[in-house]
Design a protein around this ligand. Structure first.
Ligand SMILES: [Zn+2]
Length: 209
């Protein structure tokens, strides 16, 4: 079961495809890839994304100690496949208290990562000159640039396997987790990665404005 699709960029309800157009339409953003968040059967949805997604489905591997999957989302429909895939994970922040991190792989102009990062444009506008963090994505050291996000979060963007890789963390100081050599793998390469995941309470940011 999933929620009715909404706009990935603003979460508004969408006009479904009709006789005039085969695209979903947001009154503010025009034709969009419809955004869904899985509510029941998150594990099944994740496995299915691993088979059908057109973009990487990033999972921390290994997951930080005591962290668990707290949300699965994607933008796209059955006909075209996912053009954005998002995984939310939650657990203890390195500085204490609960933290949440959302990893998004996304084709250009979709607006999901940008909404999570709290930015006005669909794609990163201008990157700082120097990357600030690094993750290992599918075996490659991948630079992440800090973004000017609202103060309640830290947001980074880079490029991996030909599409944007967004990493958004709440609260902002949870970004320290990126200093702990975060390794992420594309579930499409190894569906068995899901076997090792714990699924827990739903996070609060994947479908939050
Ligand atoms: Zn919209």
């Amino acid at each position: 079961m999933t929620t009715p699709p909404v706009c990935p960029a603003c979460l508004s309800d969408l006009d479904p495809p009709n006789v005039w157009s085969d695209r979903w339409r947001c009154t503010r953003h025009g034709d969009v890839e419809p955004f869904h968040e899985a509510h029941a059967s998150r594990e099944q949805v994740l496995r299915s994304l691993g088979r059908t997604s057109r973009v990487p489905v990033w999972l921390p591997s290994p997951m930080p100690v005591h962290w668990f999957v707290s949300g699965v989302g994607w933008a796209g429909d059955e006909r075209t496949g996912a053009h954005a895939a998002a995984l939310s994970v939650s657990g203890p922040s390195p500085v204490g208290g609960p933290a949440e991190m959302v990893l998004v792989a996304e084709a250009p102009r979709i607006g999901l990562g940008s909404r999570l990062a709290g930015l006005p444009l669909a794609d990163p506008d201008r990157l700082e000159e120097r990357p600030e963090a690094k993750v290992e994505a599918a075996g490659h050291p991948t630079a992440l640039w800090p973004l000017a996000a609202p103060p309640d979060r830290a947001a980074f963007v880079g490029e991996a396997l030909g599409v944007w890789l967004w990493c958004v963390l709440w609260p902002a100081d949870a970004a320290l987790i990126l200093l702990e050599h975060l390794v992420i793998e594309d579930m499409r390469d190894d569906p068995r990665l899901v076997d090792h995941l714990l699924f827990g309470a739903t996070g609060s940011h994947l479908s939050a404005p």
